[in-house]
Design a protein around this ligand. Structure first.
Ligand code: SAM
Ligand code: CA
Length: 220
C-alpha cells in the first residue's frame, strides 16, 4: 500500500504526459504562444487542464466562473467542456493578456459561451450576487491574486449551488507553504486559506497534488 504521493521526476512526468495527455493543436498553440510571455509559469499545466475538463463533464456543469484568466488556457479548457448553451463568467483585469485569450476562444468556436469581465473579480462577483445569482453556479475556478483567495472563496460559496464545485489553484505554492522560513504575503494567505478550508464544515474537500496543488471543495 502506498501511503504518500509520488515525487514526480522529469522522467516520470514526461511518461505520465506521454501516456495520458490528449492534446489538440489549438491548446498546444496557445501554450506555445503563452510560453513566450515572461509570466508564462502562471498558466495551468496541460494535464491540469485535462483534469478540469473531466471534472466539468463529471458534474455536468453548465454555469461556471473563472477568477484569473491570463492568456485564457484554463478558460479554454472549461469552455470547451461546457455544452453549447453553457456559460463561463471570466474575470480578469488585464486587457493585454485577455486579448490573446479572446483570439483563441474565437478560433475554438467557444467565445459565445464566455462573458469576459474586465474588472477586479471581487466587483464582478459582487455584481453576480446583487443580480440574484446566488446558488446558481456549478463550477468555480479560483486562480487570481492569492491575498484575495478568502474573499473569492466566500463569495464563490454563495454563488455556488449545493453539490457544485470550487477548484482553488496553487495551494501548495511551489512547496513554500511547508517551509517555515517563508513569510511573504502570498504564502501566508495560502496557508491561512488552506487551514480554513480544512476545517470548513460547509464543504467536502480534497487537496489534489496535481501541478502546484488544486483544492477541490464541493458545497454540501
Ligand atoms: N488561470 C490562468 C491560466 O491557467 O492560464 C492563469 C491565471 S494567472 C495565475 C492570474 C490572473 O489573475 C492574471 O491574469 C491577473 O491579471 C489576474 N488578476 C490579478 N488580480 C486580479 C483581480 N483583482 N481581479 C481579477 N483578476 C485578477
Ligand atoms: Ca495558477
Amino acid at each position: 500500500m502506498s501511503k504518500r504521493t509520488l515525487c514526480i521526476t522529469e522522467k516520470l512526468y514526461d511518461y505520465m504526459v506521454d501516456v495520458s495527455l490528449r492534446d489538440s493543436d489549438l491548446l498546444r498553440q496557445l501554450r506555445e504562444e503563452t510560453a513566450k510571455d515572461e509570466m508564462a509559469q502562471m498558466q495551468i499545466s496541460p494535464e491540469q487542464g485535462q483534469f478540469m475538463t473531466l471534472l466539468i463533464h463529471l458534474i455536468k456543469a453548465r454555469k461556471t466562473i473563472e477568477i484569473g484568466v491570463y492568456t485564457g488556457y484554463s478558460a479554454l479548457c472549461t469552455a470547451m467542456a461546457l455544452p453549447d448553451d453553457g456559460k463561463l463568467i471570466a474575470c480578469d483585469i488585464s486587457k493585454k493578456w485577455t486579448t490573446i485569450a479572446k483570439r483563441y476562444w474565437e478560433k475554438a468556436g467557444v467565445d459565445h459561451k464566455i462573458d469576459l469581465r474586465l474588472a477586479p473579480a471581487v466587483d464582478t462577483l459582487g455584481e453576480l450576487l446583487a443580480s440574484g445569482q446566488e446558488s446558481t453556479f456549478d463550477f468555480i475556478f479560483i486562480d487570481a491574486d492569492k491575498t484575495e483567495y478568502n474573499h473569492y472563496y466566500e463569495m464563490g460559496l454563495k454563488l455556488l449551488r449545493t453539490g457544485g464545485l470550487i477548484a482553488v489553484d496553487n495551494v501548495l505554492w511551489d512547496g513554500a507553504v511547508a517551509d517555515k522560513s517563508v513569510h511573504d504575503e502570498d504564502t501566508e494567505a495560502i496557508r491561512t486559506f488552506n487551514k480554513k478550508v480544512h476545517a470548513d464544515p460547509r464543504v467536502e474537500i480534497s487537496l489534489v497534488p496535481i501541478a502546484d496543488g488544486l483544492t477541490l471543495a464541493r458545497k454540501i
